[in-house]
Design a protein around this ligand. Structure first.
Ligand code: NAD
Length: 373
């Protein structure tokens, strides 16, 4: 099939949905790859590398002409969507949660859309799971960003001039991003603690050498869905959790928050009052900023200073590692591709496969995802 890779047009989006490595793999599997000129520039992938890998470079119009599938990072803007060939397959991080209007617009335009966010969390789909590949990088980058903003060192240092104390880092939400944040903060020498509402997180946190802190009541024991995600916790649980967090956070230097509930606003775990108990110079990196943030004071894509505490709300941390984020995301797409074609390599999504059932938003002019009908 003919696969089109477009330049991402969303403000601040630096990633690209293919790399020379994945172009070669896709061509090797019999596909034709067209890449819009300049698509890889912000991910350190100039056009000549794509050309050398066998991609045909062209304008937006030439790239889209007769494309069977569009591989994208984010939803293309309206002007670009209007140019997609009718009947094509669009695959990307389409931010579909609860967005019935968007799903309807794909259906009305005759676009079959697959959302990478809805990749089922089953073993077979792990190599296609873009949320995991991107969250892992986000967790790493969050700690690196914290280390830049924090005006002290992370590791303990004993010098002739005296001792520099180790930073205390607290990671809230120990999923894919949180576990990587724990590992990164530990590597830098911080003393790390972490919290989560899923019991499974306890052992994982401990195995990385961090201290686990949580309200471990009956609700906690049942907080994980069959899909591996957290449930939204009750008001009572949230109140108990807030009490625990309040006493712990006052002693922390660096806090990384990653707590998310799929399709829901991010739980508010850090209040303004809690921030005010933190020492001047402390840093909060809120990975959940794009979903409203885990801290009351978070502003998307801003670093807010409140009484000496910096609260950073980066909404696209993987985009700050565009080369690696693109490489992993593009491999997720390569791993998905066999489920999109027939034995002759022609576009024929396996609509009955549970992976495609999970990801499909629209098909043949209709919204098919149960949550978006
Ligand atoms: P996520 O991004 O949806 O949420 C991040 C973390 O925040 C989660 O660990 C969640 O439990 C936590 N959280 C939610 N509400 C909270 C609250 N009020 N207080 C504290 N923490 C809160 O989660 P994720 O990173 O996508 O991963 C969730 C789980 O799924 C992990 O156990 C991960 O290992 C698992 N997973 C499985 C597969 C697979 O089997 N294919 C793939 C990826 C992830």
């Amino acid at each position: 099939m003919k696969i089109a890779i477009l330049k991402e047009r969303r403000d601040g989006e630096t990633r690209v949905a293919a790399t020379p490595e994945t172009v070669k793999k896709l061509i090797g599997a019999g596909h034709e790859i067209h890449v819009e000129k300049g698509a890889g520039e912000t991910a350190s992938l100039p056009d000549d590398l794509f050309e050398a890998a066998g991609a045909k470079m062209g304008t937006l119009a030439a790239t889209l002409k007769d494309a069977d599938a569009i591989y994208a990072v984010r939803t293309p803007d309206d002007a670009t969507l209007a140019k997609l060939p009718k009947g094509c397959l669009l695959v990307g991080l389409l931010e579909p949660h609860g967005d019935k209007a968007k799903a309807k617009s794909f259906a009305d335009a005759g676009i079959d859309a697959l959302s990478m966010e809805f990749t089922p969390r089953i073993t077979r789909a792990q190599a296609m799971d873009a949320l995991s590949s991107q969250s892992n990088l986000a967790g790493y980058r969050a700690v690196i960003e914290a280390s830049q903003i924090y005006r002290r060192a992370f590791p303990m240092m004993m010098t002739a001039a005296g001792t520099v104390a180790a930073a205390k880092a607290f990671i809230m939400g120990a999923g894919v991003a949180g576990l990587q944040a724990i590992a990164t903060a530990r590597r830098l020498g911080a003393v790390v603690s972490a919290t989560d509402v899923r019991p499974a997180a306890k052992e994982q946190v401990a195995s990385l050498g961090a201290k686990f802190i949580a309200v471990e009541d009956e609700e906690f024991k049942a907080a994980e869905t069959s899909g591996g995600y957290a449930k939204e916790m009750s008001k009572e649980y949230q109140a108990k959790q807030a009490e625990l967090v309040a006493s712990h956070i006052a002693k922390q230097d660096v806090v990384v928050t990653t707590a998310l509930i799929p399709g829901r606003p991010a739980p508010k775990l850090i209040t303004k009052a809690m921030v005010e108990t933190m020492k001047p110079g402390s840093v909060i990196i809120d990975i959940a900023a794009a979903m409203g943030g885990n801290c009351e004071l978070t502003k998307p894509d801003e670093i807010v200073e409140h009484k000496g505490v910096s609260i950073a709300g980066f909404t696209n941390l993987p985009g700050r590692l565009a080369a690696d984020a693109s490489a992993l995301y593009a491999r997720n797409l390569v791993n998905l591709t066999p489920l999109l074609v027939d034995d002759d390599g022609k576009l024929a999504p396996h609509w009955d496969d549970e992976v495609i059932v999970g990801m499909a938003l629209t098909r043949d002019g209709k919204v098919v995802h149960e949550t978006l009908k």
